[in-house]
Design a protein around this ligand. Structure first.
Ligand code: HEM
Length: 399
């Protein structure tokens, strides 16, 4: 089979299930050429993705960061200050500091605020007009939640979303900007984060920025410059991904009216359904590691310095792990999907994203009695981000 899982156009119809199934069956650790003249190992089976994720000594996130494309040295220096781009021993202290804001107790305290934001979004969309579900309904919640956590003034929220979109959707001409705009988006965002850090230093605030900038991590404080990189990651990480989960998740429900009706009637099924939506929508197709030494994986010899790409959106359909993987089953149990990754970098916002999805669905069902798709949804052109850029729909308000 001719394999191309690099070109962003391959993903214009969603997950390339046929190619991934072929890879899992025939070449689970497959050498794939990269347009830069080199290549990378594409890892498609669930157990191998788990193995790479767990073995942070052999597979480094810091050496070449997590994108399949190599980065310019100055950009690499910047992103190495993001949690996602840190190996031990740098990673753990910072992760411990950030995670204090994502504990279940903290999230339970946040619930009324997130529900209020979700209600506001639903009520603005309940006039019966045709909407773009992605932009008009799913998009506002993640930005509002993250900006509230960071206590960013509301007039800056649209700017944060624009910067974040430029960072994640650069390869789609409809969404991304020019290479200069994309580059300056992360720099401008970092500069804004730096400013916020300076403003909140030693001011005793209780938001996530104040916590990070004023708290000692193993005897050291996060510098304003380190914070700037971390700020970009936190702001970007939860935007596009959660928006993808909400809009593609709703699309799945529209295609499975039985599941839709079950959830509408029984909200206790929603958390399990969210896990199945995560498995299917898998908002990030992959993350990359770099081999630190010669090693073996799935029968292939990997050389030190090789790029190793973990295909989450293939692993989530591994037939050796999931019973009838191509069935959308909101009662699937267990559901060890890898949409949030695995191991030391396991998504820090996972429970926040789950909370947002649950409240979004509850408020959706409370406000609307139906969802009518009025056109075909269109995918973002990207080999990394898996989600719609548009999903035309009409919502039927409850009487
Ligand atoms: C559906 C929504 C989301 C998905 C699918 C997702 C996915 C991921 C994945 C795949 C990883 C990398 C795991 C690995 O390398 O093993 C990750 C890491 C991360 N995510 Fe998320 N994410 C989501 C939402 C969020 C949100 C809402 C936030 C923040 C508020 C967030 C913050 C982070 C951070 C900080 C990391 C790095 C953690 C570390 O390196 O220790 N994510 N996410």
């Amino acid at each position: 089979m001719q394999i191309d899982i690099y070109s962003p156009d391959v993903y214009s119809a969603g997950i390339p299930h046929q190619q991934f199934a072929w890879l899992r069956e025939n070449a689970p650790v497959h050498w794939h050429e990269h347009p830069d003249g080199g290549g990378y190992w594409a890892v498609s089976r669930h157990p191998d993705v788990v193995r790479v994720s767990k073995d942070f000594k052999t597979y480094s996130a810091e050496q070449g960061f997590v994108m399949v494309d190599e980065m310019e040295p100055e950009v690499l220096d910047m992103v190495r200050n993001q949690l996602l781009g840190m190996d031990p021993p740098r990673h753990a202290p910072l992760r411990r500091a950030v995670i204090t804001r994502f504990t279940s107790k903290r999230l339970a305290e946040l619930e009324p605020q997130v529900r209020e934001i979700a209600r506001g979004i639903m009520s603005r969309a309940s006039n019966g007009d045709e909407i773009n579900f992605v932009e008009d309904l799913a998009g506002d919640l993640p930005t509002a939640v993250i900006c509230s956590l960071l206590d960013i003034p509301e007039n800056m929220w649209p700017q944060i979303r624009r910067w974040s979109d430029l960072c994640t959707s650069a390869s789609d001409p409809d969404l991304g900007g020019s290479p200069e705009e994309v580059n300056s988006a992360s720099i401008d965002m970092g500069t804004y984060g730096f400013q916020l850090a300076c403003e909140r230093k030693d001011k005793g605030g209780d938001d996530l920025i104040s916590l990070l900038i004023n708290q000692e991590v193993d005897g050291e404080k996060v510098s304003e410059a380190e914070f700037a990189s971390l700020f970009v990651q936190i702001a970007v990480a939860g935007n596009e991904t959660t928006r993808g989960l909400l809009s593609s998740g709703m699309y799945l429900l529209a295609q499975h009216p039985g599941a839709y009706a079950d959830l509408e009637a029984d909200f206790s099924l929603i958390p399990g359904a969210v896990e199945e939506m995560l498995r299917w929508t898998c908002p990030l197709h992959y993350f990359r590691r770099t081999a630190t030494c010669d090693t073996e994986l799935g029968g292939q010899m990997i050389a030190a310095g090789d790029r190793v790409v973990m295909l989450y959106s293939s692993a989530n359909f591994d037939e050796t792990v999931f019973h009838r993987p191509m069935e959308f089953d909101i009662r699937r149990d267990p559901n060890p999907h890898l949409a949030f990754g695995y191991g030391i970098h396991l998504c820090l916002g996972a429970n926040l994203a789950r909370l947002e999805a649950r409240l979004f669905l509850e408020e959706f069902f409370r406000t609307f009695s139906g969802l009518e798709l009025t056109g075909e949804p269109g995918y973002i052109r990207s080999n990394l981000v898996h989600g719609f850029k548009q999903m035309p729909a009409r919502l039927v308000p409850r009487q």
